[in-house]
Design a protein around this ligand. Structure first.
Ligand code: A2P
Length: 287
């Protein structure tokens, strides 16, 4: 996700209202442009990854795939980082998927949250991994590494994705097999769901690989699997093309650059909210 620096500046300059002062948590006031969310669920996957769920304010609207700035009420000027909503736009609660960095300014504290705790979220969501930023197409690829799966966890649960695309291919690559569990459980639950299951039947493909875990069946970075033809062979789909395919990419800076290069080589053009294209990219959260 992007760094959202513009939003940071605005909040720091804003004074909390008298009402927000009263609603303060941990002794610190909550500014007008920030929601105080209550944590309802936390699940840890590995020493590097966890997810959490929170309440969702009635007035908070976003498009599936967007992100918001998240912080903790632990300082006068809290540290905020960009987090994709991993839950779909129609969901009554919010879900986030996070890394844990031992000395990360935010995640060293965030990884310790438990149900009942308060998490702060700036009220204005944004982002480019939205369906509106893509031209119509047949197939939608969602390429993710690590926590980069979060915006796609939202989009694969949104019926609009299946209204716009015949086939949805979500790829997720992590260092270890255990790091793929969030996505695996999510997709399995979707397939079992009486409503969503029918919608995604035969149309959602979840393609996983690892790079540092010799026990896992599929090995290799997605860039390699894409470039050497393994991906299209495994899925029995034609090679990536601007005619049929649209692409969303979320991962580390290096991963974005490499996949962007591949897309450009194949003739795909980058899109944005105000100018839809063949592919869109966003940096996954990193500290
Ligand atoms: P690798 O283990 O070869 O670095 P991380 O946890 O560091 O964010 O990495 C998540 C996954 O993204 C890892 O499997 C990692 O592979 C992979 N990765 C890192 N850099 C790139 C890149 N430039 N292109 C594609 N995948 C990458």
């Amino acid at each position: 996700m992007t760094d959202g620096a513009g939003q940071e500046t605005r909040t720091d300059a804003q004074q909390p209202s008298a009402e927000a002062e009263r609603a303060g948590v941990g002794g610190y006031p909550i500014p007008d442009n920030v929601f105080a969310l209550t944590v309802t669920e936390v699940e840890h996957y590995t020493d590097r990854l966890f997810r959490f769920r929170t309440t969702r304010p009635d007035s908070f609207r976003f498009r599936s795939g967007e992100f918001a700035m998240i912080g903790l009420p632990n300082a006068e000027k809290p540290v905020y980082r960009a987090y994709s909503m991993a839950s779909p736009a129609w969901d009554e609660t919010l879900e986030f998927f996070s890394i844990k960095v031992p000395d990360g300014p935010l995640t060293q504290h965030l990884q310790k949250i438990v149900p009942g705790d308060t998490v702060l979220m700036r009220k204005k969501p944004t982002g480019t991994l939205v369906l509106d930023a893509l031209l119509p197409g047949k197939r939608l690829y969602m390429f993710s590494t690590g926590t980069g799966i979060a915006p796609f966890a939202s989009l694969i649960r949104d019926p609009e994705t299946y209204e716009k695309f015949e086939q949805v291919i979500l790829t997720h690559t992590c260092r270890l097999g255990a790091e793929l569990r969030y996505g695996e459980e999510l997709v399995a639950a979707m397939r079992d769901d009486p409503l969503v299951g029918e919608l995604v039947e035969g149309r959602l493909i979840h393609y996983t690989s690892v790079t540092r875990d010799p026990d896992y069946p599929r090995q290799g970075r997605i860039t390699m699997l894409l470039e050497n033809g393994t991906l299209s062979k495994d899925l029995d789909v034609p090679p990536l093309s601007a005619q049929e395919d649209r692409v969303m990419i979320c991962g580390s800076m290096a991963m974005l650059q490499d996949l962007k290069r591949i897309c450009l080589t194949r003739g795909l053009e980058e899109g944005a909210n105000n100018k839809p294209g063949h592919f869109v990219i966003e940096k996954a959260f990193a500290e």
